[in-house]
Design a protein around this ligand. Structure first.
Ligand SMILES: Nc1nc2c(ncn2[C@@H]2O[C@H](COP(=O)(O)OP(=O)(O)O)[C@@H](O)[C@H]2O)c(=O)[nH]1
Ligand SMILES: [Mg+2]
Length: 389
């Protein structure tokens, strides 16, 4: 399962985003509401279920909208100089180990200063907060590399010793791969063996970029000055209102409204016993959503999975005609897989035994046999034929 970490300075809305994204009522997803602990939960990526176009009776989605679970971590608030152990710096950095990508939440309303203390709306430029997280992560990684550097260099002078592999080893716990290290080395345009402090810091910056891709979430967009939103947009930020999403999911849970996370609209149930204040609150949310096409929370998660991490969704089935599993469930599973994955990879994801006994696969849409090295595409429905069950 992929995991996203929600990071940022205090009071930008991380916990609100986390609560909203992990609040999935039974109607929305066929998974029990799962909290692993206070800061680890299950959120969902939204995609169009293929049942509609395939015209099969599916019970795994709602109105053709399919949700696939991912892990979400609400990371402790980070303050400048965290890499020196300020604030909850080390706890923060430890949380990042487990994440495939980072949602960097910034307060687009400018109502928190650089340290996360509340200030008047519009008085702190959120663009200033974007670089700091990257910097803290870079310096943290550098701190670790620097500690190991003399030993690594000594070892690198021996023959047949790969400095790059040794670096992978140092950061194994962070999920850094040899590919990440190679890409980072290529980016600095300097021989790592001869690198000085400045080069090493640059190297660490690239290492962070490659191993922990980051998306900027411009939160509190509901009360953000337009100028701030404009400048955040230049950083590719996605606008969001976590507070609005939380209100909608709670209202939907109470059956006051009809809303599927990620929808651009919601509708109020005619007989919902809402107070005038609640109605007014929902109207404000509706206005904001109309401007931005939704609250942005689901969109931020989807973008992280599909764009940042380049995943696709694939549906394994046992019966390629009825699109069912052995128990007669239609389109029972939806797997997030890295783009470029093959039927053989899918077989392994279903079960190690199935992967080991893999013979061939059938593309259920085309009713065609496909090879084990065929590249799967988003929305594929695949039957695996394996000597093992
Ligand atoms: N207007 C507005 N306020 C928000 C939004 N998200 C969070 N807040 C408020 O910002 C404050 C800090 O939120 P919290 O989630 O605890 O921030 P954290 O410290 O980053 O976890 C709370 O008062 C929230 O209600 C939002 O999208 N819009
Ligand atoms: Mg919090």
């Amino acid at each position: 399962m992929i995991t996203l970490a929600i990071a940022g300075k205090p009071n930008c809305g991380k916990s609100t985003f986390f609560r909203a994204a992990t609040l999935a009522h039974a109607e929305v997803a066929n998974y029990p509401f799962t909290t692993i602990d206070a800061n680890h939960g299950v959120a969902y990526v939204r995609t169009a279920c293929p049942c509609r176009e395939m015209e099969v009776p599916c019970t795994q989605c709602r109105d053709g909208v399919r949700f696939i679970p991912i892990g979400l971590i609400d990371v402790a608030g980070l303050v400048p100089e965290a890499h020196k152990g300020r604030g909850l710096g080390n706890q923060f950095l430890d949380n990042l180990r487990q994440a495939n990508a980072i949602l960097h939440v910034v307060d687009a309303s400018g109502s928190t200063d650089a340290e996360g203390n509340p200030v008047d709306i519009g008085s702190h430029d959120p663009a200033e907060d974007i670089e700091f997280l990257r910097y803290e992560m870079t310096m943290w990684v550098y701190g670790i590399l620097d500690k190991h550097w003399p030993k690594l260099q000594r070892q690198a002078q021996q023959r047949d010793f790969s400095l790059l592999l040794a670096i992978v080893d140092v950061f194994a716990g962070l999920g850094v791969t040899l590919e990440d290290v190679k890409a980072a080395e290529a980016s600095i345009d300097a021989d790592l063996r001869m690198a000085g402090e400045e080069d090493l810091i640059r190297f660490c910056g690239h290492l962070v970029n490659h191993s922990k891709p980051m998306e900027i979430v411009a939160n509190k967009a509901d009360q953000a000055p337009p100028a701030f939103l404009d400048s955040l947009k230049a950083y590719g930020a996605i606008f969001a209102s976590a507070a609005s999403e939380l209100a909608l999911r709670m209202a939907a849970e109470g059956e006051f409204i009809r809303y599927i996370p990620g929808d651009a609209h919601f509708s109020v149930n005619p007989d919902a016993p809402l107070t005038a204040a609640q109605r007014a609150g929902l109207e404000k949310v509706a206005e904001y959503m109309q401007q931005l096409g939704g609250t942005g929370v689901q969109q931020a998660i989807d973008r992280a999975a599909f764009d940042l991490l380049d995943m696709i969704v694939v549906y394994p089935v046992e019966d390629e005609h009825k699109l069912m599993d052995g128990q007669g469930r239609v389109l029972p599973d939806a797997f997030l897989m890295k783009r470029g994955s093959t039927p053989h990879d899918l077989a392994y994801q279903v079960h190690t035994d199935i992967g080991e006994g893999f013979l061939y696969a059938i593309d259920a849409r085309k009713n065609m046999r496909i090879k084990e090295n065929h590249e799967l595409v988003h929305g594929d429905i695949i039957k695996i034929v394996s000597v093992r069950k």
